[in-house]
Design a protein around this ligand. Sequence first.
Ligand code: ADP
Length: 378
Amino acid sequence: MRWRISFRTSLSGKFLLSYLLIVLVGVATLLVVTFALAPTLFQAQLVPILQTHPEAMTTTEAIQRILGDFLGTLFIALAVAAIVATVTSLATSLFVARRITVPLRQMTQVSQRISAGNYAERIVIAPVHSTDELGQLASSINTLAVALEQTERRRLEVIGNVAHELRTPIATLEGYLEGLLDGVIEPSPLTWAMLHTEAGRLRRLVDDLQELSRAEARQVPLSLQPVTPQRLVQDALEPLEGQFAEKGLELQIHVPEDLPQVMADPTRAVQILTNVLVNALRYTPAPGKVVLAVNCEYTMVAFRISDTGVGLSPEQIAHIFERFYRVDKSRSRAFGGSGIGLTIAQSLAQAMGGEIRVESAGLGQGSSFTLTLPQSHS
Ligand code: ADP
């Protein structure tokens, strides 16, 4: 948006007019006070002189003439002084106003360019380094521009990642369908099963994306209530125990009896634990061990899931909660993972007042994920 600013409505105009008003009031006061006091003061000075010098004694008309001449001279001197004072004050006000309006004008131009989508724009003039209000305004605009730039970059990354994730299952489906159309692939139950698997992968990805956007916008409705850690652990483990046994992984559970209840949405808490347990199952080769231990941590309850699996490097740990981050892309895609499970889990944990932490001694050393949830005080 462009504003049309006339001289009268501009800040410079307002500064100039206000300074002019101050000068005029000052000059008027000076004139009124001077001419009110001058005759009395003049006479008070003149009388003692005439008394001590009687030879200078003169008529009342002569005194009146001297007084008139004195006031006339005084008026001319004051009028010239007032004009000079007005001109110098206006010049000073112009200088002061420019020091304020020039940076303001640049800030307006930069913020207009930022709002038009040029997020790399920054304010580079002097006030950025000063600590006064102008400096603070300039650095706030720069901070806003950095935040907008990062949001825009993440938005583009997400669009790119979504397109990339959709491309693979769509290409596979297209390949099968073309083969079927050309008669290269036999329409066997195996082919239908393959098509079904790919379609399922697409649907899961779209479901995950929807869940991710809702979780990140904190729009997942949460029904927070006191719940026992035992119940959460049991609900998360029940459907998975068979798969651990099938894969040949040892599963150890340590949940003390006397743990306090946690304040959480049971469905969402179980979803997070399931996500971390499924990852442990995926990324731990047999023979291996997964340990789920629950204990108190200050005002929180910590659910720690440790595995003897492939482990994580410090670099991988730094990115693990980012959207679409997968350590081994082809491998985890083969498992059906799109790299957004932990992003959703972290958003949900934070929405419940907790968090997920990850530790690993390094590649091949196993890893451990800890979900913390606040203790319930009821
Ligand atoms: P995905 O659906 O691909 O598993 P996640 O967000 O759940 O996505 O996990 C992101 C990545 O973190 C995984 O692709 C995997 O590389 C790594 N990861 C998660 N859990 C473990 C684990 N227990 N051990 C080793 N790597 C893991």
